[in-house]
Design a protein around this ligand. Structure first.
Ligand SMILES: Nc1nc2c(ncn2[C@@H]2O[C@H](COP(=O)(O)OP(=O)(O)O)[C@@H](O)[C@H]2O)c(=O)[nH]1
Ligand SMILES: [Mg+2]
Length: 463
């Protein structure tokens, strides 16, 4: 996509909106000011006359592809009541690739341009038909791979997040009006400043923002969470650490035992990081090159988990003879963090290499471990661009949303603190502006162009 938003919006775009290749039906879609002319140029009515559709509707037509005519159904959706808010025409044709090519060629002759990936949805967004979260919902719906992702995408598309942000934005506007009106009063004469009202509205905004964050966290399917995978030799203490860190109840516990080979099936649990975000923690079988039978299957299952890992937590016993370098748990290209386990059994309290030392029995070192995981996954930053390039769509979406929501929460906390300290209301107003900007990035009002480009370029052609 090139040119400014205004230039893009003035052109008329067309693309195949159905799956490529031969099929029962093919759909060609056009959007923009030339769509009406395109319909007149391409479609004949029952009397063989150029079709001039009146109002939204369905027409049985003959399509003139430049060689002959073919029966087709035309769906005419004049703006602004269409998906893009522009005039939109859709031709439902016999699913023949040669016919589709001929129709696209004719549309090109009529002055229409090929649409880029996601360009119809981008126009819908730019023309205010969808906010960015709902556009993301369209994308996520197209890309959903299972029912959990379908549900998650559907709730985004329905405005579950965008609607909450819009409501929050109103509360913030009210707050800003209150503080800015109060700025005009003499700073000493606090009797005129509705501090109680400002404080109550701040509390409300913060509660709403927390609710939005919880909603987004619940919405996020497991595929949208980073995977932290435990690795190490049998008995290194992987299952004990898994049990200590995961949020689930006792029925979800992994069996801990000094019998090597106890863990076979991978266990997946949720882990809460200090910043409030969740990731998946995966317990796997220990490394055993000599494993046979079901134990060998456990090794395969573990290899699979390593491949999907965003971070390997490689456990090495603090007291044992095994050194980290003896340990073959290093899948190529996967970041790993070496952790010395069973710190309570260590002879000296500090590892010479300055490595993390943890004990699942006493709980020592676990806070530092969680902080380190957060940093290594790139989740500790406020920047709302997704941290890992190879992560799936849902991961990128939920990370983007969460980071911006966290930023908004921080700004609100700052506003509350300033108000509590009796700082100047201009500072409070500044923090409120910051919170508003963070929220606007979620819905797309102030999202940088390059981030928008990246989001929309993931769409298929014709969407
Ligand atoms: N003292 C001590 N023992 C531990 C600790 N973590 C695990 N263990 C013990 O080490 C043995 C192996 O632990 P487990 O978690 O099953 O190891 P895995 O094979 O790596 O999953 C069990 O008997 C655990 O009770 C720890 O932090 N301190
Ligand atoms: Mg185990």
């Amino acid at each position: 996509m090139v040119g400014t938003a205004a230039e893009r919006t003035r052109s008329t775009i067309c693309a195949v909106a159905s799956a490529p290749g031969a099929g029962e039906r093919a759909v060609v879609r056009a959007s923009g000011p030339l769509a009406f002319e395109a319909v007149r140029g391409l479609c004949r009515d029952a009397d063989g006359q150029p079709l001039a559709p009146q109002g939204r509707g369905l027409h049985e037509v003959q399509v003139d592809d430049g060689v002959g005519t073919q029966p087709a159904l035309l769906v005419w959706m004049p703006g602004p009541g269409s998906y893009t808010r522009e005039d939109v025409a859709e031709w439902h044709l016999v699913g023949n690739p040669a016919l589709v090519r001929a129709v696209l060629r004719r549309l090109g002759e009529l002055g229409l341009e090929p649409a880029g990936p996601g360009e119809f949805t981008r126009r819908a967004f730019e023309n205010g038909r969808l906010d960015l979260t709902r556009a993301e919902g369209v994308l996520a719906l197209v890309e959903a791979r299972n029912s959990e992702e379908l549900r998650a995408a559907g709730s985004l598309l329905a405005g579950g997040l965008g609607g909450r942000i819009a409501a929050l934005r109103e509360v913030l506007e009210h707050l800003r009006a209150l503080t800015e009106a109060s700025l005009d009063f003499d700073q000493q004469d606090t009797g005129h400043v509705p501090l109680k009202e400002i404080s109550a509205a701040l509390d409300e905004a913060r509660a709403d923002l927390l609710e939005a964050r919880t909603w987004e966290r619940r919405r996020t399917p497991a595929s949208g969470l980073a995977r932290v995978v435990l690795a190490g030799l049998p008995n290194a203490g992987k299952s004990a650490l898994f049990n200590r860190l995961t949020l689930e109840g006792d029925e979800h516990r992994a069996i801990e035992s000094d019998q090597a080979g106890t863990t076979r099936d991978a266990k997946v649990g949720r882990l809460a990081l200090p910043g409030g975000q969740e990731v998946l923690l995966v317990d796997t079988a220990g490394i055993d090159p000599l494993a046979e039978g079901v134990d060998a299957m456990a090794q395969d299952r573990r290899d699979l988990e390593w491949e999907r890992a965003d971070l390997l937590l490689e456990l090495v016993e603090s007291s044992g003879n095994q050194a980290a370098s003896d340990n073959p748990a290093s899948g190529p290209g996967i970041p790993r963090l070496i952790v010395m386990s069973k710190a309570d059994l260590a002879l000296s309290p500090h590892d010479p290499g300055g490595r993390l030392r943890v004990s699942s029995h006493t709980g020592s070192g676990l806070t530092a471990l969680l902080a380190q995981i957060e940093i290594r996954l790139g989740l500790a930053t406020q920047d709302d661009t997704p941290s890992r390039s190879n992560s799936g769509l849902e991961r990128q979406l939920s990370e983007r949303h969460r980071k911006a929501l966290d930023q908004g929460l921080q700004e609100l906390a700052q506003a509350q603190a300033l108000l509590g300290e009796g700082a100047g209301l201009d500072l409070v107003a500044e923090a409120l502006r910051g919170a508003g900007l963070a929220l606007d990035r979620i819905t797309g009002q102030t999202t940088p162009e390059d981030l928008l480009d990246r989001i929309f370029s993931r769409f298929c052609l014709g969407k």
